[in-house]
Design a protein around this ligand. Structure first.
Ligand code: EPU
Length: 423
């Protein structure tokens, strides 16, 4: 069992290079199964969710060649199977994209009910609604979802709520359907645009990704034979922006897309930080205690729920009392109990939390309750006085490439330690 041991406090200073986006990569990898050919994907983050997805694709008959640790070639000419291995798919959320993809390519799919971070109820009714609208029959029984269709036919789909996953699954299922599909009230996250760009590069005809109406003209086949580079990770970039602010440091964040980060930049300016935009990099600095703030998470282009815990660390030591409202996930405040062990004064109730800013945090043993909570606790350990031991870091490895090395390069005193469990 690995843990991270962090000694603080440290003002983080220096440069960090952002990896490819996890949530784009876990949509693009299954999307490659829609291609009847070979494609190359660059700038893949070297994280456990990507490695797991590659194993699943191999089980389904795709041939994968690793060119470097961030670049692969996938040959999807001979798919042998439409049943994704249940023990693998049930471990992470994005495995449900296999439903849209296998339905689209083979007309039948069987996937384990998806796992992933425990953020509260994670219904998939909008995914099912989209598949059914396209003509599929969907069943959920014995821990798995089965979808079948003689033929998928383009249609109009109105999403009752803005859902990243349901928008992606509807796009995936519609790419090879007969005729035109329109998705209204679609999610607009950068990874949805990236998925559409990938599919269009391989021969699809998708328009309007990044707006709330996406139109997909079905094509007969995706031939591939092209190379695509995954977009830089908006959430990883935001994590380091907030790490700079929380630690009162100065970080140049390279390989990012500043316009994806506008809402985070706006909050950082509001609480007294500085952000300089250099086109494909940004510098974030802070030289005082942050001002208090009110933050509400929203679908893109609002403040991302996936940066809410990292923002929580900033507000925990801000000057005054702040409020965070979570509007996407019902259980995203579990990290506040860990921060309180470190001396924070946070009261979380339902979808809101009140942060009575304290001057400093103190190191403590803490547990990563999910991926983003884990990233937030690394920041907390970096700014806290003394030693923090962070457990359950397998959550963090799912979504951040070389995270302790990146923090170490910014001056953090952070080590990965393997603990022997006595039997
Ligand atoms: N929802 C429904 N029905 C559905 C689908 C979603 O009611 O059929 C609800 C959810 O319960 C939630 C809201 O709609 O309240 C939004 O959920 P969404 O479908 O957008 O989330 P997701 O696709 O399951 C992705 C990211 C999450 C991120 C959310 C919101 C991936 C693999 N995951 O999840 O990322 O928090 O969008 O932006 O893309 C993370 O990276 O740490 C992470 C959890």
């Amino acid at each position: 069992m690995d843990k991270l041991v962090i000694h603080g406090p440290t003002k983080l200073k220096g440069e960090v290079t952002i990896s490819g986006a996890k949530n784009a990569a876990v949509a693009i990898l299954p999307a490659a199964l829609l291609i009847n050919g070979v494609c190359r994907i660059e700038n893949l983050p070297n994280i456990s969710d990507v490695k797991m997805y590659c194993k699943i694709l191999q089980e389904l008959g795709a041939k994968i060649t690793w060119i470097t640790e961030n670049e692969i070639e996938i040959d999807t000419r001979d798919l042998s199977c439409t049943q994704a291995p249940l023990e693998m798919t049930s471990k992470f959320r994005a495995s449900y994209y296999l439903l849209g993809v296998l339905l689209g390519r083979c007309g039948t799919a069987e996937v384990g009910l998806p796992g992933g971070c425990n953020l509260g109820a994670r219904p998939i009714d909008q995914h099912i609604k989209a598949f059914e609208a396209l003509g599929a029959k969907v069943d959920i029984a014995q821990g798995k979802i089965t979808a079948k269709a003689k033929k998928l036919v383009g249609t109009s789909i109105y999403m009752d709520i803005v859902s990243v996953g349901a928008t992606i699954n509807a796009v995936l299922a519609a790419v090879l359907a007969d005729g035109t599909t329109t998705i209204d009230n679609a999610a607009k996250e950068p990874h949805i645009v990236d998925l559409a760009n990938f599919l269009n590069t391989m021969g699809a005809d998708i328009r309007g990704a990044g707006t709330d109406v996406i139109k997909i003209n079905g094509v007969k086949e995706l031939r591939g034979n092209a190379t695509y580079s995954v977009v830089p990770d908006q959430i990883e970039a935001g994590t380091f922006m907030l790490a700079a602010v929380a630690s009162r440091g100065n970080i140049l964040i390279k390989n990012c897309i500043p316009e994806h980060l506008d809402c985070i930049t706006a909050k950082i300016l509001e609480i007294g930080g500085t952000v300089e935009d250099y086109g494909d990099s940004i510098r974030v600095s802070m030289n005082k205690r942050p001002n208090k703030a009110t933050v509400k998470t929203l679908p893109y282009p609002g403040f991302p729920t996936d940066l809410q815990p990292q923002m929580g660390v900033v507000l925990a030591t801000a000057d005054g009392t702040s409020t965070l409202h979570e509007s996407i996930w019902e259980s995203r405040f579990q990290y506040t109990f860990e921060l309180n062990k470190m001396g924070a004064k946070i009261t979380a109730q339902g979808k809101s939390a009140v942060f009575e800013g304290v001057k400093e945090l103190t190191g403590s043993p803490v547990y990563a309750t999910d991926l983003r909570a884990g990233a937030a606790l690394i920041i907390a350990g970096t700014i806290a006085n003394g030693e923090t031991q962070l457990y359950n870091i397998e959550h963090i490895d799912r979504g951040y490439e070389n995270i302790e090395e990146k923090f170490r390069n910014l001056g953090a005193n952070i080590q990965r330690v393997t603990e022997q469990i006595e039997m």
